[in-house]
Design a protein around this ligand. Structure first.
Ligand SMILES: [Zn+2]
Length: 194
């Protein structure tokens, strides 16, 4: 796939990026996407549209010692028979090696229809277990994802259930004086996290 034909690249506000983004850059991007994105795809016959912009699109970030001027924010959506796949990640371009890598701390992870479904099912399994815990206050629950140990706290101020063995999820909410759920978070570990 000729990815760059399907991407809107730029616009770039700086001289640095305007000089950088030329044929070699485009070829490197294409190569990177064929190497890192294509193997994650469920199907190859897709329509693609996406964007690549400078994460720091301003001259003041692009001086000669800048550590961020080679960061790019990439987004792509793929439309196939099975549904839509999406990916959003920051990339780092290495001009000397003419290669891209995912920016440190960013997952280059394509959310395919199957992966989205799977993540939704995982959330539902965790949610069912938490509801079970609230009802029974049993302490012998296992993590629905890794079957490891789970810790659970349900007291008048707080509901907190989490996988303590592999940190697969955190389900943690504050409650008001009537026991109603207030702010909190329900987070599942990113599937690409180690
Ligand atoms: Zn777990």
């Amino acid at each position: 796939m000729q990815w760059i034909d399907h991407l809107q690249i730029g616009p770039f506000a700086t001289d640095y990026h305007q000089r950088l983004v030329e044929t070699e850059f485009m070829a490197s991007l294409d190569e990177f996407l064929n190497r890192e994105l294509v193997p994650q795809m469920d199907e190859t016959d897709v329509d693609a549209e996406g964007t690549l912009v400078a994460t720091f699109n301003d001259e003041r970030f692009c001086g000669p010692t800048s550590l961020v001027r080679n960061f790019f924010t990439f987004q792509v959506s793929l439309f196939g028979a099975a549904g839509e796949s999406d990916l959003e990640s920051d990339l780092e371009y290495h001009p000397q090696q003419r290669t891209f890598t995912p920016r440190r701390g960013h997952y280059f992870y394509l959310w395919t229809p199957a992966r989205k479904r799977n993540a939704q099912e995982e959330k539902e399994r965790i949610d069912r277990m938490v509801q079970d815990f609230k009802r029974t206050h049993r302490t012998n629950f296992r993590c629905p994802l890794c079957t490891g140990k789970v810790s659970g706290v349900d007291n008048p101020g707080q509901l907190d259930v989490r996988c303590t063995e592999n940190r697969c999820f955190v389900y943690s909410y504050h409650k008001d004086e009537k026991g109603r759920i207030l702010h909190g978070r329900f987070m599942v570990k990113h599937p690409a996290a180690h």
